[in-house]
Design a protein around this ligand. Structure first.
Ligand SMILES: Cc1cc2nc3c(=O)[nH]c(=O)nc-3n(C[C@H](O)[C@H](O)[C@H](O)COP(=O)(O)OP(=O)(O)OC[C@H]3O[C@@H](n4cnc5c(N)ncnc54)[C@H](O)[C@@H]3O)c2cc1C
Length: 389
């Protein structure tokens, strides 16, 4: 019998995780990635609950844990930089047990390294056209190459091309804010700490893994959907500059690094909601199919769990339906968390900021702060564990 050929579009987290899950299952796997090379570093992401279980099942948990970013503290600051309050990072971000926080690119690299011996990786190319015939999917790539596959998996993120080609044009649901993130010199000598500064409709956060490591800055602002050219980085930087100039703390200094930033990320805080994740032999995985938004802190876990479940069912009769049946309740719960967190992420006005600051200050001295935070974060924990692998 000839091996079934699987094409995975995207070598972020979900794509390499699926390639790893399909190892030794008799598939011939190709991963096509638009970027010229594997992206390393990036922003930090949490892996929680069932996402951790998925990493363990893939046999890479210990490697991932070894690159945990080791954040110690989250500090809220005022306009002049004076601290309002600081709390342990694991406590405030709801990390429990074996949960970890790693750079997205570090995790992607581990999954890539563990899967590369059993899969072909093609960088600098992308799917340009798809035709799903009874006998397989005919794929034409941007490079002009073409190939025929038994399955095509779209693991190409929030703005998935596979999704557009197989399911038609549909915009992710905008959750009321835009997020940008980029590296800056660590002039504050931030050491395993995340510093947060809130203004009405604005959130600025900065973190670094050590005083001699560069810092990452995140600038999130509330806004209705605005039309912009995804390829026009200069225009996106101008939008960010306009939204944040003069708001206080170190923000203007961060903005001074904007032009030089070569790792600038900008996107809408958005979710992908689809009634189905597969069409014929084409199936979506991770953010491409069910992005819960960065606000949920659960996108990476969903991508990992999805890869684990899809690897178990791909190639079986009714396998794609089963993947969806198993995943859907877990995804729905995390989508709901994403919508709620997106509302809370950027404060609306001064009152909301005052309330938040007061909460942080009093929580610090609360004798049972662990229990208080646990109670607040209970729905997130429930969602993070809402699937048994
Ligand atoms: C600022 C920020 C903070 C976040 N924080 C968290 C967090 O704390 N916890 C958490 O769980 N998640 C977090 N996330 C979300 C998390 O990064 C994603 O949910 C996760 O990376 C999803 O993985 P993925 O592989 O599905 O998509 P991605 O990681 O987006 O990977 C998609 C890949 O596809 C490639 N690609 C795109 N188009 C094409 C194409 N046409 N052809 C081929 N390749 C293509 C891209 O280059 C990329 O490599 C955060 C995201 C952001 C932006």
């Amino acid at each position: 019998m000839t091996a079934k050929r699987v094409l995975i579009s995207g070598a972020g987290v979900a794509g390499p995780a699926l390639a790893l899950g399909l190892r030794r299952r008799g598939f011939e796997v190709t991963v096509v990635e638009r970027a010229a090379e594997l992206r390393t570093g990036g922003y930090k992401v949490d892996v929680r609950g069932s996402g951790v279980v998925a990493l363990k099942r893939m046999g890479v948990y210990e490697r991932a844990r070894a690159v945990d970013v080791g954040m110690q503290r989250i500090t809220y600051v005022k306009r002049d930089g004076r601290p309002i309050a600081a709390l342990p990072a694991d406590l405030l971000m709801g990390r429990r047990g074996d949960d970890i926080e790693v750079l997205r690119g570090d995790l992607g690299q581990i999954l890539y390294e563990e899967s590369v011996a059993d899969a072909e990786y093609v960088f600098g190319d992308a799917i340009a056209a798809l035709r799903d015939d009874p006998g397989g999917v005919e794929v034409t790539f941007s490079s002009g190459r073409s190939g025929r596959y038994d399955y095509v998996v779209g693991a190409d993120g929030l703005n998935s091309v596979t999704r557009r080609l197989a399911f038609g044009e549909s915009q992710p649901t905008h959750l009321g804010a835009y997020i940008s993130i980029f590296s800056v010199p660590n002039h504050l000598r931030i050491d395993r700490e995340e510093i947060m500064f809130f203004r009405p409709g604005r959130l600025v956060f900065a973190y670094a893994m050590g005083p001699d490591r560069p810092a990452k800055v995140g600038l999130t602002f509330a806004s209705p959907p605005v039309g912009y050219d995804r390829r026009d980085i200069r225009a996106q930087k101008a939008m960010v500059r306009e939204a944040f100039t003069g708001i206080g703390w170190e923000t203007d200094r961060f903005l001074a690094s904007l032009d030089a930033a070569d790792d600038f990320y900008f996107d809408s805080l958005a979710q992908v909601e689809l009634p189905r994740w597969s069409a014929g032999r084409i199936v979506l995985l991770g953010d491409a199919g069910y992005c819960p938004s960065p606000a949920s802190g659960q996108g990476t876990s969903l991508a990992l769990v999805g890869a684990h479940v899809l690897a178990q069912h791909l190639g079986e009769p009714g396998g794609l339906e089963e993947y969806e049946r198993v995943m859907r309740p877990y995804v729905d719960k995390n989508m709901a968390i994403g919508r709620k967190m997106a509302k809370d992420m950027v404060p609306g006005g001064r009152l909301a900021i005052a309330f938040r600051s007061y909460g942080m200050r009093t929580l610090k001295y609360h004798p049972r702060k662990e229990q208080v935070i646990d109670k607040i974060l209970a729905p997130m924990h429930e969602a993070a564990n809402a699937i048994t692998l």
